[in-house]
Ligand binder design. Structure first.
Ligand code: ZN
Length: 484
């Protein structure tokens, strides 16, 4: 009911139904059916052999590692692993597919019936997964002014396709779902999640139905979306397009559309009438895949702690707010950094606060990844110790932190080099107080006649005069004495 109300208030009588299909390139060293390298960025057609360029008479041999990666992913995403699955030929013609068919999985995929949980605007929702299956990637067409070229380095790179149930309701949820999948894949080390290089890409199915209706509306499929931002933008555009058609009494045509990111619109690529009939049939050159119970158990035993489990543990064990815990757990490298700092004796809450504020700000400003900066967890822990024992104030700590972020120097060295040690000598602080009071006689008069909130004004001036180095607690104590 609340959902109905919220959607009406958004000005639409329609409910949005979205399902995603995510293609993820597996991080195996070699291709799925031959020994060619999968390395990205090598010279055109240098990583090919008769198998992956589709010569007649060759036989594919399945890469065991690819199967292991897909099973691992299936387990991490709460899927049932099929003990028996098989490959199928998906027949179509395209210049980047020299065999004339892609080896994929059809009616017997290796994983099914899973789910992942996502959080948007503080609300957790469970998104079902229909299936995860294995297939080979196609090559790449390179279009030039005077013709087109084909690079087959990518042909035969192992892919998995993760298909969601139509459980997603908003563009924001779609991007949250994609982010969650990417985080899990990166934690597992089965895909690098690099969307710019195309190792993770997404097709989105979207349809509308009247709020409360059971049957699904006619869907449009948006192909090859390669960023989180584009997923949201493409879906927002597509929903508006469909709402407008339906409101004018029109009908949605089942079709495949492309997201044109520069124009900010989706455009029709082909309608259902032109859609391929792939004539799937079982791949006769490969035996069915059998995954034993023992192998599944072995893979399960090797699973790392995943982002959701970490988030839960951080809130329970360290008392962190859910949002902070989620942020720290999202990227494996960030979580590792945080846990290392805690292991070295940093108080979890203090470490988290510095990571969520100053660290995050500096990473955003410099556009760097946590793995690329010289600042180590040990340095942060040392800096926290200097704060705890009164050597530096919180204000000075910010300067020290920024310096550590850029240079990786130890906090003790920075404090020494820059003369940042906190002033705790009372006579020195009293001298600063006297100077500030002498310079502001009117404020002193007002304070003495009852305007005690001016305390903050004086403290600010004194701290500034000490270049942030005076011990704030002593400043407050001594100031109160002087003014009374
Ligand atoms: Zn090959």
């Amino acid at each position: 009911m609340s959902e109905v109300i919220s959607r009406k208030s958004e000005g639409t009588e329609y409910e949005v139904v979205i399902g995603l299909e995510i293609h993820a390139q597996l991080l195996t060293d070699t291709k799925i059916f031959c020994g060619c390298s999968t390395r990205f960025g090598s010279g055109h057609n240098t990583q090919t052999c008769p198998v992956c360029i589709g010569m007649p008479g060759v036989l594919p041999v399945l890469n065991r590692r690819a199967v292991e990666f897909v099973v691992k992913t299936g387990l991490a995403m709460n899927c049932t692993i099929s003990p028996y699955s098989r490959f199928a030929r998906k027949n179509y013609f395209y210049p980047d597919l020299p065999k004339g068919y892609q080896i994929s999985q059809y009616e017997l995929p290796i994983c099914g019936h899973g789910y992942v949980d996502i959080v948007t605007d503080g609300v957790e929702r469970r998104i079902g997964l229909t299936r995860i299956h294995m297939e080979e990637d196609a090559g790449k067409n390179i279009h030039q002014k005077d013709g087109s070229l084909v690079d087959l380095n990518r042909a035969g790179v192992p892919l998995m396709e993760i298909v969601s149930e139509p459980d997603i309701r908003t563009p924001k949820e779609a991007s949250a779902f994609m982010k969650k999948l990417r985080a899990i894949l990166r934690y597992l080390g089965v895909c690098d999640g690099n969307m710019e290089q195309g190792s993770l890409r997404c097709d989105a199915n979207v349809s509308l139905r009247l709020v409360g209706a059971e049957d699904l509306g006619t869907k449009a499929e948006i192909k090859n979306i390669n960023s989180f931002r584009f997923v949201e933008k493409a879906l927002e555009y597509e929903i508006k397009r469909q709402v407008n058609i339906l409101r004018e009494g029109g009908r949605i045509i089942q079709e495949t559309r492309l997201w044109d990111s520069s124009a900010g619109i989706t455009v029709s690529m082909r309608s259902k009438e032109e859609a391929h009939d792939y004539r799937y049939f079982p791949e006769p050159d490969l035996v069915p895949i059998e995954v034993s119970r023992e192998w599944i158990d072995e893979i399960r035993a090797g699973l790392v702690e995943l982002p959701d489990e970490k988030r839960k543990r951080y809130t329970e064990e360290f008392g962190l707010p859910d949002y902070d815990a989620g942020m720290l757990a999202e990227e494996r490298a960030v979580a590792k950094w945080f846990e290392e700092a805690v292991r070295l004796g940093g108080k979890p809450k203090a470490v988290s606060n510095w990571m969520m504020s100053e660290f995050l700000r500096l990473l955003n400003e410099t556009g760097r990844e946590i793995s690329e900066v010289p600042l180590t967890p040990a340095c942060l822990v040392d800096m926290l110790k200097l704060m705890d024992n009164g050597t530096i104030s919180g204000t000075i700590a910010k300067t020290v932190f920024e310096e550590m972020f850029h240079s990786g120097k130890e906090p003790g060295v920075i404090v020494k080099e820059k003369g940042l040690v906190q002033i705790t000598d009372t006579s020195e602080i009293e001298k600063l107080i006297d100077e500030v009071l002498a310079a502001n006689p009117a404020e002193v008069e007002r304070y003495r006649s009852g305007e005690t909130k001016l305390q903050g004004f004086f403290v600010g001036r004194i701290m500034k005069a000490s270049k942030g180095k005076a011990n704030p607690k002593l400043v407050n104590e001594l100031l109160r004495k002087k003014l009374s």
